[in-house]
Structure formats: structure tokens, C-alpha cells
Design a protein around this ligand. Structure first.
Ligand code: GLN
Length: 389
């Protein structure tokens, strides 16, 4: 029997597909976002220690108190925000679970959810599984900034949720404090929550600061903000994230979380708590660490004819290939795996109605050797295109 699909148009995520093809072909993988350098050995030691010390049974459903307290201390230090570790913070299975559980908790049949395209690929299916409908507002190249008039026009009495993403994956743009003011103004008087995907909070460049909904008093009271230790600790396999929201929203989120994942791996939570206690400034070095990598990749690619759209945030970089090929981005990404031996992510797949553009997303959270070899291959491929033209 063929089951009736609830998501008939959804295939395997582009990230998994590209990583599989990169592994099969031996291509340098600048597609899916994950570091290829080792994690801090101390974190590995603490995971080992925590398991040996017996932190191996269910953690409390909202998260291990030791970790919740460390998260509260971080929010105070980074954003000057007070969050009650008992009532306002929930540890989740990566940011993906936090996003999914929040959507299920807050949107239902007949509701509308505003997302900004290019939208991270888990948002729309999550909204549809909740029985709600996504309203897509495009961010347009090259700046990928929200057009607040379009957002205003997209709001309706049925809008229950607006999903923001800053620093934005895959567009690499950031919302400013003024953007958050405008959003707050648009939502005033509406029964609408903001789900703020802020997993790249520490990867903001050129001296800018991340504008968090948590630091915006008006948005703070109507937002669920989502974060990821996988990003901050360079270990995407940890699968530990968290959601911060006022108690009433947190109560709703936890009603779903408890039946979705129930609790998150106890010894990993304990180890992260221990690590944060030992490294209270964890994350503060990330802008400098990643900006060097961003600039390195850009300086290697630009002479080869790849036009780099300077990334304002995240660990991704968009490159415009229109001087090198007229092909659509999905085809070009495939062609580059085969011909250049480099995997990248096409941008158009994150749009409901893609605007005309020829952009690929590259991940620069990689060892220098990887960036150098990836850029060398892309430069050689570009040179071949020019000789053929
Ligand atoms: N967040 C990662 C990226 O954007 C992908 C995670 C995943 O594969 N689901 O590359």
C-alpha cells in the first residue's frame, strides 16, 4: 500500500543530498554547514567524564538545571537579558527541534505563518504539519533585506507567527535594531508570536553586533528565540539547542517538546554545562575566528571570476557566478560537484518563487587547507569556462 503522504512535494533535504553526493564523488564539501576541524579536546573530555560520573538517566524534561543556569548567565552576559532558567529556557534536540516544537505549539489549522524567503528548509514543512499555512515574503538579492511594507501587507488577522532568521541562513544578511523596531511596531496589538532563529548569533562581522529579539523589550515579551550549541561549540553532531521565551509561551512549547523528544542526552547536557562554567566567555571569539575564514575564502575566489557577496553573518558566503555560467543554480551546483569537485548549495531551492539570480552558498567553517583547495578547484573550473567561451 502506498501511504498517503502529508508532504508529497518534500524530498530529502538539499543539505543531506549534497553531502551524500560530495562523499560519493570525493568532492570538497563546502555545501552543508559543519566544521571539518576538531572540537576543543576539553569538551570531549567533559563528555567522557560526565558519562563516567553517571549522568546517564533521563534529564528533567525542560533541561538539566546546571545547563539552564549556564544559559541564563550567558543571556545576561551577552544580551543583558534576565531569563528565568526554570520557567523561560528549554533545552532541545538542536535548534531544529526547538523550531519544530514551537511551530506545533503555536500554529494550527486556519493560521498563517510569515516566513522570509530564502527560508531555511525546515520551516515550511513544520508549518504545514501543524495544519497552518506559510505566507512567503521574499528577501531580494543582493542585499536580502526585508521589505517591511510587504511584511505589513502579508499580515492578516490569521497571522499567528512570524519566523525571523538573523544572521540569515542562507542569505547571510542580518536584521538591524531598526528592523526589530519596525517589526515590533507592525505586530503591536496583534495576537502574533515571533519565532526568532538566531543560531548564528555569534557569527556577525565587520564590528557589527547581533540584534537579538531578546534584547528588544517589546519583542522579548512575544518571542521564542532559538539557539544552538552545535554552532557555538563547532560540533553540529551534539544536537543540543535551546529556546528562550516568556513563561506562558515556554509552557506551550514544553507541551510539545515533552512528547516530541522528552529530554535531551543527559551526559551531553552536563558536559556543556561544565564547559560553559569553565569558559564563561564562550562564543566571544567567534566573530574574529570566522571573519578571517570569510575573508580568506573571498580573497581566494575573487581573482578567479567568482563575485563574492560579502557575508554580514552566519558561516556561509554567497557567490555570484553569472560571469561564468548562464545555468540555473541547481544545475550549476551539480555540475560543480562533477567537474570542479566542489559541493555547494543552490539558493533558489529556499524560495517559493525564486527571483532571477545566480547564487551559490559556500560554507567557510572549514580548515584553511580545505578553503584553499576548494577555491583552487573553483578557480581552475572558472578558468576552463573562460577558455571554452
Ligand atoms: N544548518 C545546516 C546548513 O544550513 C544544515 C543542517 C541539516 O543538514 N539539516 O547547512
Amino acid at each position: 500500500m502506498t501511504p498517503r503522504s502529508k508532504l508529497p512535494d518534500v524530498g530529502t533535504t538539499v543539505f543531506a543530498v549534497v553531502s551524500r553526493r560530495a562523499a560519493e564523488t570525493g568532492a570538497i564539501n563546502l555545501g552543508q554547514g559543519f566544521p571539518d576541524y576538531p572540537i576543543d579536546a576539553r569538551l570531549a573530555e567533559l563528555v567522557h567524564q560526565a558519562m563516567r560520573a553517571g549522568h546517564n538517566q533521563y534529564a528533567p524534561m525542560p533541561g538539566l538545571p546546571a545547563l539552564l543556569e549556564q544559559i541564563a548567565a550567558k543571556l545576561q552576559r551577552v544580551y543583558g537579558v534576565q531569563a528565568d532558567p526554570v520557567r523561560e529556557i528549554t533545552v532541545t534536540l538542536g535548534a531544529t527541534e526547538a523550531i519544530y516544537s514551537a511551530i506545533q505549539a503555536l500554529a494550527g489549522a486556519g493560521d498563517e505563518v510569515i516566513v522570509f524567503d530564502p527560508a531555511y528548509d525546515s520551516y515550511d514543512p513544520g508549518v504545514r504539519l501543524a495544519g497552518a499555512r506559510c505566507v512567503h515574503v521574499p528577501l531580494l538579492p543582493p542585499a536580502f533585506r526585508p521589505d517591511w511594507e510587504r511584511v505589513s501587507a502579508a499580515l492578516s488577522p490569521r497571522t499567528r507567527l512570524v519566523i525571523t532568521n538573523s544572521p540569515h541562513n542562507p542569505a547571510c544578511s542580518c536584521l538591524s535594531a531598526a528592523d526589530l523596531d519596525t517589526l515590533a511596531e507592525l505586530l503591536r496589538g496583534r495576537e502574533c508570536t515571533v519565532l526568532a532563529d538566531e543560531v548564528y548569533e555569534h557569527m556577525v562581522f565587520d564590528g557589527a553586533h547581533h540584534a537579538s529579539v531578546l534584547a528588544h523589550p517589546e519583542l522579548r515579551s512575544r518571542s521564542v528565540a532559538v539557539y544552538s550549541f552545535g554552532k557555538t561549540l563547532h560540533a553540529t553532531g551534539l544536537r543540543v539547542g535551546y529556546a528562550v521565551a516568556p513563561a506562558a509561551l515556554t509552557d506551550e512549547l514544553r507541551k510539545v517538546h515533552q512528547f516530541n523528544t522528552f529530554t535531551i542526552t543527559t551526559f551531553v547536557q552536563q558536559a556543556i554545562a561544565d564547559y560553559l562554567r569553565e569558559h564563561p566567555a564562550c562564543g566571544a571569539d567567534l566573530p574574529a575566528f570566522f571573519q578571517v575564514k570569510r575573508d580568506r575564502l573571498a580573497s581566494l575566489l575573487e581573482p578567479g571570476g567568482w563575485r563574492v557577496l560579502r557575508s554580514a553573518g552566519s558561516y556561509f558566503q554567497l557567490v555570484d557566478y553569472s560571469a561564468l555560467s548562464a545555468r540555473p543554480d541547481v544545475e550549476l551546483a551539480n555540475q560543480l560537484i562533477e567537474e570542479a569537485g566542489v559541493a555547494s548549495i543552490p539558493l533558489s531551492v529556499f524560495y517559493r518563487d525564486p527571483p532571477p539570480m545566480q547564487l551559490l552558498r559556500l560554507c567557510f567553517a572549514k580548515r584553511d587547507e580545505t578553503l584553499v583547495e576548494g577555491a583552487r578547484r573553483l578557480t581552475a573550473w572558472a578558468a576552463r569556462q573562460r577558455t571554452m567561451a
